[in-house]
Design a protein. Structure first.
Length: 127
């Protein structure tokens, strides 16, 4: 969802400052009362009503440079998904999806384990 326009914000605050009831302003401009309170607070703190910028737009941007990611994984095979996520500033689930994209599977154990069963050796007797 996009931010409300600066023009709308100014009109709403102007209506509130002209002693129009906040309920009525919210109804006329089809916004919530909480939005009005947020804008009043924003104006008081910042001195303007400009919307915030620089936040993520869209869903799950993830890791775009798969070649660099593959090189990183090859160079650091001992890193966990959480450690890789910290390096690339994404979550471990994003790392998991990206590993699958480049054809890798996640490490299931930190250290390899020996087989619990020993292979049986058949006794061959000569006649």
């Amino acid at each position: 969802m996009q931010a409300y326009s600066l023009d709308l914000r100014k009109r709403v605050i102007k209506a509130v400052k002209s002693n129009m009831a906040k309920d009525k302003v919210a109804e006329v401009y089809e916004i919530t009362k909480q939005t009005i309170y947020n804008w009043l607070k924003l104006e008081k703190e910042q001195g303007n009503l400009k919307p915030k910028t620089g936040f993520q737009k869209g869903h799950s941007h993830g890791i775009k440079d798969l070649v660099a990611f593959r090189e990183f994984v090859d160079k650091h095979p001992d890193y966990t998904q959480e450690e890789m996520g910290e390096y690339f500033s994404v979550g471990s689930s994003t790392i998991s999806r990206t590993l699958i994209k480049i054809g890798y599977t996640r490490k299931k154990r930190a250290k390899p384990m020996r087989n619990a069963k020993k292979k049986s050796v058949k006794n061959i007797s000569k006649k």
